[in-house]
Design a protein around this ligand. Structure first.
Ligand code: BG6
Length: 296
């Protein structure tokens, strides 16, 4: 398989394919401005590092790398529902896009040294067993000084479909107790920790306890200000009116077998989402794009 991927999609100075952890196939992108790795399982970006900068994404050292299991860290693609399935609790949490094997549709060298990798996932017997709709998904990953990830969903069925989801990005920070997430001041949020109570954000977000919040009606850019790493991560987005901020804190981290006990100290998820009220209806033949651009 890997040989075939390289024959078809290798671009010298940009992209090649390798066997990654757990024997899963991954794309390794190294160009003149940045490097990144993407697993085909889940179309999952597991690392991104502009040349001369520290790694931007957090990846759990205890993550599973196994067909059909979600990778912990990086950028899980959450689709076609966010969180638990709305009516059937036996269906996978956060949908199925992150646990399916995606195919490679295109690899291209762009101007200014950037590399584009396009992955795809279409409805199949496997997806219909979980969700009956006909769809096509593409994930465009552009690796440059910034990392752009765009998830486009097309409805290929005869009825309109309702989808939610997220680019569930895990960011690496030096010490979560010192960071601030800015850009969501004065927004309302649903606090999942206290049973989805609606609350109001005053000032920047500080993380000193379990945080699991869906910020509503926000199309704004966010920043993670990390004074100890002396950096600010900017998250720009489109096609999203909700932002999820998550840190499991100590107790929940200990309950997750794929999450180091102290891992919560060096990560925060800021997720470009279509969650809660921000569910999208896609008519037959139409599409919806959820996009985030990450820069340091
Ligand atoms: C967040 C949710 O998006 O993802 C949290 O808001 C959830 O409630 C977290 O715990 C991680 O989910 P999972 O399925 O990857 O363990």
């Amino acid at each position: 398989m890997i040989e075939q991927y390289n024959q078809q999609f290798l671009i010298e100075g940009h992209i090649h394919f390798e066997v990654g952890q757990g024997g899963l196939a991954k794309a390794v992108i190294r160009n003149s401005v940045a490097q990144a790795e993407v697993y085909l399982q889940g179309a999952h970006v597991t690392s991104f590092q502009p040349i001369g900068s520290e790694p931007v994404l957090w990846l759990s050292e205890d993550s599973l790398f196994q067909a059909g299991k979600a990778i912990r860290g990086g950028i899980p693609v959450i689709w076609p529902w966010f969180g638990p399935h709305p009516t059937e609790e036996t269906k996978p949490q956060h949908g199925f896009a992150r646990i399916m094997s995606w195919s490679i549709r295109e690899a291209r060298a762009l101007s200014q040294g950037e590399t584009l990798l396009r992955l795809g996932l279409s409805s199949s017997t496997e997806t219909r067993a979980i969700w009956p709709q006909d769809f096509d998904l593409t994930l465009d990953i552009t690796v440059g000084v910034a990392l752009t990830v765009a998830l486009t969903a097309h409805n290929q069925g005869r009825e309109s479909i309702e989808v939610s989801g997220a680019l569930h990005t895990y960011f690496r920070v030096d010490d979560v107790g010192y960071i601030q997430v800015e850009g969501l001041e004065s927004r309302s949020y649903l606090d999942k920790v206290t049973g989805y109570n609606r609350k109001h954000q005053v000032g920047p977000i500080l993380i000193d306890q379990e945080v699991d919040r869906i910020y509503l009606e926000t199309e704004d850019e966010c920043q993670i200000v990390d004074p100890l790493m002396k950096r600010q991560i900017h998250i720009d987005k489109a096609g999203s009116c909700s932002t999820v901020v998550w840190n499991p804190w100590q107790e929940r981290a200990q309950q997750m077998s794929d999450f180091p006990d102290d891992g919560y100290k060096t990560m925060v998820c800021v997720e470009t989402a279509n969650a809660a009220e921000d569910v999208r209806q896609i008519e037959p033949g139409e599409g919806h794009t959820l996009m985030q651009k990450i820069s340091v």
